[in-house]
Structure formats: structure tokens, C-alpha cells
Design a protein around this ligand. Structure first.
Ligand code: MIG
Length: 805
């Protein structure tokens, strides 16, 4: 027995030991002795002098904050939170000798006094949604110090919840894992992990937010703690799901659905809505580590145009710089950056440059480097606790990092981007911001680095996971100031919750393997369930050598991902769409063209994500949360409510099974109808990705484009897929695609609905919402499965009906 145990421990290894840590050895919070009530909160005083504060933010949102053996601290700050001024909803409080109940219109929170256990129930049905398995815990006697990553970080705090026999877990941001996180465990500690494969953990980002779903009823928990954190969804026990962190507060927000969509909306109310990127960010993008000199960049763009492949953006990786000095251009490779961006812009192509956090340390040489000199003079760089400048080693060699927790440093960093905007650069790609350090990738070398942190002067333990968020924020706010009439486009690798306010993301250094491709889907869908809708992955994979088949199948996933960028490592085989021959190139062209045709649809869904937090790239469970068949589907996804895609994720396969949820579905390619609620077998030769449209949908398609804005979006073709009653509906969102004016109502949202009339069909176009006027254009209406079509020039400034005879 002993040897078996030893072998298991060896197999799990030290990381496993930390994740699987038995938190039942920790001390628990004392029983409630009395309470205090304010306008929006109840503070519970405990026998051990601990306090728990329950704040009622919305009928479906309660914050739980615990301080062990001390009062709730006055200071209350989080980089993730966007909204603090909640309008307190109606609520009431009931006390009995055993419990305290806080009731809103939707949620009933019951606190048992001894031991202090919290239950969340549906206020209408009193059904239990989530409950504490044991009282909130803390490591009073330092039992976990030995296995903590940073024993100086603070005291380990944890909350344990009962683990549902049929409970499923979603979200948790960027994890190299499947969609349903049931029976697995994770660590959050932003890490540079090139070539990661499924199971590698942690990777680049920390979004400590998850959604639990049991019997169709969903709740959310956002553990807003940026320390190294642990989430365990019944990995090795059927008793409990728990989360904890190596320091900081036990501070979490509880969201009640019951719908996942409602939880996501609340989550972005709390942590911020994604701002709309420019519409061209939805265009096709091409990258390489690295395209240089300028003539190679032009050659790639020319090749795209010559081959009739759409392209909107080309990325310049680290070699555009003068010796990896951020905010400079290499004078030989890029003698005239403005001339280059002007020339590319005439071909409709925008340039995005990479910007890393490492600023080359140049004080020991005679050389002057403005970014280093200014930052040093202003004292904006990170220091160790002993006052020494912190000198990590990254691409420029010995470097320094900015303390982005300093507001003035963020402003300075943002303003440094003038060299890019002045040179016509259209977007910024933030890499390496975990922050990566070649001296030591674990973070151990940075533990004594102190950040200003609003005057708290805290160490790396607290600030590592928010570094990428704050760097992106400084970049975004800088671009906003430099070009107030343009929407910033920022891409980041590392992040913390709230990142959607500032940056889009990509999933870092994947492999050109089928396994890596298959991971795209659960990663994109999970990110969407974590408040990050604008996601993408290097198309074709980053590391190792791919081939034409893999590249085609990869485009068949990414042509519908918000961020569609082909990118490749420095020493890898070329991977642009034409590199494996005409056969593959022709198929890739078909999908890129389809993406551009679908832009009116994709942009409408992107705006929905901005406004409601519901992502466009969705797991089936988001649309069908009452259908258990969807709970762990990793190889299919949906775009909005209407498109279902079942890509091929293995080589040499030309047929697969597809699950269609209940309802009627149309095959996108053949219009053949299927009845859902079952698996069907479909053919998928290399040029076909199985794709289905929900009956009742209308998919708007724009004209064929080489790039966004090449010509007016005219005509728009509405493909109508009537349901069994002959009805269908959609809405179309349009704006100028470039400026922030949409925030002030300068957009047009039009509702379209179709019904079966006595003769043919009738399209009703609703009165448009918003002040943006795209002018008259031609609308084509095609009723699928009926061979009916109608072309009409429409100025949809008013309500109207059009008959399709
Ligand atoms: O240490 O800038 O994930 O996309 O090409 C590698 C070079 C640094 C990592 C990024 C990758 C980029 C590469 N970077």
C-alpha cells in the first residue's frame, strides 16, 4: 500500500501536491456572533474576531469578503473591477437563532451561524444552487508554507463548495484544457509556456472566474484575487470544489443565472465591457517572426493581392526594432516606416507592431536610449525590495520593466507610442507580459520585486498576474489619447480578469500539430465564457513544421474566430496560405472569402459581445444549457445562436459525426434539412467544413472584399432559413467601423423578420435604432429551401415590408 501511494505521489509530482492539497487541514472561520447592517451590506462578526461582509450589488450578484481574525480592511481595490457604483436593489434580511438570510428578487443567501456556512438559493423556488462544503479557511498555522510557491506571499485562503454529482464547470480563462473542467484542477500564475500542450498549466493568463452548471441551472464565481491561485473542481474528490490563493483576501462575487448568458452579462457589468476594435481587426491577418526588411513585408502583401487572397493586417515581430529596443525602428531594415505604412495602406493593409515590456538597460554604455533614459530619470522602473533596479533578461539582453501600477508610468508608456501612430502603425501587439524573464521563467527571480500598487508597495506575489492587464491598459489608453477618433487595437498574451476593456488576445505559442489545433476550440469557447470574446490562435500553429492539410483544417476553425492571424516561429517552415501549393491555397481562399462575406454577421455578433458580454464564438452549452448532450463537446462550436461548425481535427479524415441540438438545421453548403437532437454522420472532404444553420435564422452576407472598407457593403444578401412555421429573424448592426462614435449612438441596428404569407414570404424591416446612416443599398433576400429570391434597393431608414413572391 505504502509503495503504491509513493508511486502515485511521484506521478502527480510537486505541482500536483499543491493543487491536490487537502484544505481540510486549514483553520476555519469562527461562528457568527452578531451582525451589522448598512444600506447595501451585512457585516458578520465572528467569535474569532474574523469578519465576513456580504454586499448586495444586484438582485443576482452578491459579493463575499472575509477577513480572518481581523476586521474587513478599509482599503478595497482591484484592477479587474470596472463598476463600483451599483444601485442597491431591493433586499431584506431575516435572522433566526441559527441563520441569517439575505433575500433579493432572485437570490436567497443563507448564512448558517455555526459553523459559518453559506448557501445560495433561488429566491423563487428556494432550490439550492451552491453551498459551502466547509467554512471559509485560512492557513493560520502555516501548514501550507512548505508547498507554497512563495511562502512570503501571505496566508493561504480558501473556500470550499459542495461538488455536485452532476455539476459541470466552465470558464477559468485561458487553460490548455477541455471545455468542461469537472474533475480537474488548475493554477493561475501567468507563465510563458512555448509549445504548450493539453494539460500544461498554468499558461499565459489568469481569469479566476468560473461558471457552475447543474441540472440546467448556472451560477458564476469570480474569485478576485491576483495572487497565485488554485481552482479544484473535484479533481480527486467527489466532495468538494474549492478555490484558494497564496495570499490576499478571500474575496469573491457570486452570480446567479440561471442562464449562462445572464451571468456573462453581469460579469462584464462588473469587470468591464469589451470595447469594439476597428472593424478591420476582423479582417484576415498575416504575421511571421519576423518579416524584414520592408521589401519582404511588401512582397508578402503583394503576394496576397496577386493571389486574390483577402488581407487587412500584417504584423511586424521583434526584428523591426533597433536591437530589440521598443519604440525604435531598425534604420537599415525599415529606413522609412511611414513610407511603408502609407504604401501598404493604399493596398488596404494596416501594420501592427509588437511591443514587449522589456526596455533595454543602456546606462552602462555611452549610448542614449530615450525609453530607458526617461524611465530611469522618472523612476518608473521596477525595483527589488532592497532598492536595486530589477534587471530581467529578455530579447534586448539586460532590461528593465515598467511599474505599470504607477498611473504616471502608464501615461508615459502610452505616450511613447507616438512613434508608432506618427508612422502610421495601426495596432499594438503586447507580447512577453507574463512577464517573461529568460533568467528564470517561474517568477522566483522576481519575488522581491516591489510595485507601487496604489501606495501599498506590494511584491510580485500580488502583481505578477496583473502585469499584462496593466501593460495593455497603458497601451490602450495611450492609443486613445494619441488618436481620439480611432478605436485602439491592442493584442495581449498575458492577462487578468477585466482585460477585455483594453485588449484582444491570442493563445500564444501553440504547435503546428493536430493536438494543438484541436485545443483551439475548447480554449476559444472557454475564453468566451470568461469575458474574453476577441480570441484567436496562430493559424496553422506556431512551432514545428505543418503541412497543407493541417493549415487548411486550421483555417476551417479560425476563419470564424474573431482574431484570424496566421503566424509562425522564426525557425519554422513558411506557412502563408500559398506555401503548400495551389490545391490547399484554393481551399484557404474559399474560407477567407467566406469570412469576408460573413463580416456583417460577424460584426453584428461582435457588437453583441461588446454590449452583452455574450461571446460570438460559443460552446454549444451556451446556447443549449438544458441539453446535457452539449456539456462536454470539444470539437464543435457555434457562432452566435445561428451557425454550428463541426471541423475536422485529425489528419486523413473526411467524415465525422456531428451533434445537432434539438430543432431543425440546414446544411450550410447544400441547404439540406436535418432534425436535431441527435448525431448525424456527414462528409467532410478537405474543402468542406461541416457547417449548419439553425432554422429560424437569417444570415446577412456582404460583398466579396480584399479588405475591410474596400467598397461599400452593398449589396447585402440575407439568406433566410425558415423554421417549421416559416418564420425567421435577425438583427444587423452597422457603424463606421473605425471611430468611437458608436459609444454615443452613431450606429444602426435593424431588426429583420420573415413570415410565411398567403403567397410567398414577407420580410419586415424594423425602424432602425441609432443615428448612423449607411445610405440606400441593395438588399437581396433568398429563402433557403424554397428557391425564392428578391432583390430590392432599400433605404432602411424606416419600417417597411417587402414581399418575396
Ligand atoms: O520569446 O517575438 O508568443 O508570437 O513571435 C519569443 C517573438 C517571443 C513569443 C510570441 C510569438 C512571437 C515571439 N515571442
Amino acid at each position: 500500500m505504502k509503495t503504491v501511494l509513493a508511486v502515485i505521489v511521484l506521478l502527480i509530482g510537486p505541482a500536483g501536491a499543491a493543487i491536490g492539497q487537502d484544505i481540510t487541514t486549514l483553520e476555519t472561520i469562527g461562528p457568527v456572533t452578531r451582525l451589522e447592517r448598512t444600506n447595501n451590506a451585512v457585516t458578520l462578526h465572528c467569535r474569532d474576531n474574523s469578519q465576513v461582509q456580504l454586499t448586495i450589488l444586484a438582485p443576482d450578484l452578491i459579493r463575499v469578503r472575509a477577513a480572518f481574525t481581523k476586521p474587513i480592511p478599509q482599503r478595497d481595490h482591484s484592477w479587474a473591477i470596472a463598476k463600483v457604483d451599483w444601485e442597491t436593489p431591493h433586499w431584506n434580511l431575516k435572522e433566526t437563532p441559527d441563520s441569517i438570510t439575505i433575500t433579493t428578487d432572485e437570490l436567497e443567501t443563507v448564512v448558517h451561524r455555526s459553523p459559518l456556512l453559506i448557501d445560495f438559493r433561488d429566491a423563487r423556488t428556494h432550490q439550492l444552487i451552491n453551498s459551502d462544503e466547509r467554512a471559509m479557511s485560512y492557513d493560520a498555522s502555516g501548514k501550507l508554507k512548505g508547498i507554497m510557491f512563495d511562502p512570503t506571499a501571505g496566508t493561504f485562503v480558501a473556500a470550499a463548495k459542495k461538488f455536485g454529482f452532476d455539476e459541470h464547470f466552465y470558464g477559468l480563462g485561458e487553460k490548455a484544457a477541455r471545455l468542461d473542467k469537472r474533475r480537474s484542477a488548475f493554477i493561475n500564475w501567468n507563465s510563458d509556456t512555448p509549445g504548450y500542450t493539453e494539460g500544461k498549466d498554468p499558461i499565459y493568463q489568469t481569469i479566476p472566474f468560473y461558471i457552475g452548471l447543474q441540472h440546467g441551472i448556472a451560477y458564476g464565481i469570480f474569485f478576485d484575487n491576483s495572487y497565485r491561485s488554485y481552482f479544484n473542481f473535484g479533481q480527486s474528490s467527489q466532495q468538494r470544489a474549492w478555490f484558494g490563493a497564496e495570499g490576499g483576501e478571500l474575496n469573491y462575487y457570486f452570480f446567479y443565472g440561471p442562464s449562462i448568458k445572464k451571468i456573462l452579462s453581469r460579469y462584464v457589468d462588473l469587470t468591464g465591457h469589451m470595447s469594439l476594435p476597428p472593424l478591420w481587426a476582423l479582417g484576415n491577418q498575416q504575421s511571421r517572426w519576423s518579416y524584414y526588411p520592408d521589401t519582404v513585408v511588401e512582397e508578402v502583401v503583394n503576394e496576397y493581392r496577386k493571389r486574390d487572397l483577402p488581407l487587412d493586417v500584417i504584423h511586424l515581430d521583434i526584428d523591426y526594432m533597433n536591437g530589440y529596443r521598443v519604440f525604435t525602428f531598425d534604420k537599415t531594415r525599415f529606413p522609412d516606416p511611414k513610407g511603408l505604412t502609407d504604401k501598404l495602406r493604399q493596398q488596404g493593409v494596416k501594420v501592427v507592431t509588437i511591443v514587449d515590456p522589456g526596455i533595454k538597460r543602456t546606462n552602462q554604455s555611452a549610448e542614449r536610449y530615450h525609453a530607458f533614459d526617461q524611465g530611469l530619470e522618472k523612476n518608473f522602473f521596477q525595483h527589488r525590495r532592497n532598492g536595486e533596479l530589477f534587471v530581467p533578461r529578455v530579447w534586448p539582453g539586460d532590461s528593465v520593466f515598467v511599474d505599470y501600477t504607477l498611473p504616471e508610468a502608464r501615461r508615459w508608456w502610452g505616450d511613447l507610442h507616438r512613434v508608432y501612430t506618427d508612422n502610421g502603425v495601426a495596432g499594438i501587439w503586447n507580447d512577453m507580459n507574463e512577464p517573461s524573464d529568460f533568467i528564470d521563467q517561474t517568477g522566483k527571480n522576481q519575488l522581491d520585486v516591489v510595485s507601487y500598487d496604489e501606495g501599498e508597495k506590494t511584491t510580485h506575489a500580488k502583481n505578477r498576474n496583473t502585469f499584462g492587464l496593466l501593460m495593455s491598459r497603458a497601451t490602450y489608453e495611450g492609443l486613445e489619447r494619441l488618436q481620439p477618433d480611432r478605436r485602439p487595437f491592442v493584442i495581449t498574451r498575458a492577462a487578468y480578469a477585466g482585460i477585455q476593456r483594453y485588449a484582444t488576445m491570442w493563445t500564444g505559442d501553440t504547435n503546428s500539430t493536430w493536438e494543438s489545433l484541436a485545443l483551439n476550440i475548447p480554449m476559444f469557447t472557454s475564453l468566451g465564457l470568461s469575458g474574453e470574446p476577441f480570441v484567436g490562435s496562430d493559424v496553422g500553429g506556431f512551432i514545428w513544421r505543418g503541412n497543407g492539410e493541417l493549415l487548411v483544417r486550421s483555417y476551417q476553425v479560425s476563419f470564424l474566430a474573431p482574431f484570424c492571424r496566421n503566424h509562425k516561429v522564426v525557425d519554422g517552415y513558411d506557412q502563408e496560405p500559398w506555401r503548400f501549393g495551389k490545391y490547399y491555397e484554393d481551399i484557404i481562399r474559399k474560407y477567407l472569402k467566406l469570412r469576408y462575406a460573413l463580416l456583417p454577421f460577424l460584426y453584428t455578433k461582435l457588437e453583441e459581445a461588446h454590449r452583452t458580454g455574450v461571446p460570438l464564438f460559443r460552446p454549444l452549452v451556451l446556447n443549449y444549457q438544458n441539453d446535457p448532450n452539449t456539456y462536454n463537446i470539444d470539437d464543435q462550436f457555434m457562432i452566435g445562436d445561428d451557425l454550428l461548425i463541426a471541423p475536422i481535427l485529425k489528419p486523413d479524415i473526411t467524415r465525422r459525426l456531428v451533434y445537432l441540438p434539438p430543432g431543425t438545421w440546414y446544411d450550410y453548403w447544400t441547404d439540406k434539412k436535418y432534425t436535431g437532437g441527435t448525431m448525424i454522420g456527414v462528409d467532410a472532404p478537405l474543402d468542406v467544413v461541416p457547417m449548419f444553420v439553425r432554422a429560424g435564422a437569417i444570415i446577412p452576407l456582404g460583398p466579396s472584399l480584399n479588405y475591410v472598407g474596400e467598397k461599400p457593403v452593398d449589396p447585402i444578401t440575407f439568406n433566410i432559413y425558415p423554421d417549421d412555421n416559416g418564420s425567421a429573424s435577425t438583427s444587423l448592426y452597422e457603424d463606421d467601423g473605425l471611430s468611437p462614435a458608436y459609444k454615443h449612438g452613431v450606429f444602426r441596428r435593424t431588426a429583420f423578420s420573415v413570415r410565411r404569407g398567403p403567397r410567398g414570404f414577407v420580410v419586415s424591416i424594423g425602424a432602425p435604432e441609432g443615428t448612423y446612416n449607411p445610405g440606400p443599398r441593395r438588399f437581396n433576400f433568398i429563402v433557403k429551401g424554397q428557391e425564392l429570391r428578391m432583390v430590392s434597393t432599400v433605404d432602411n431608414a424606416k419600417t417597411q415590408e417587402i414581399a418575396i413572391p
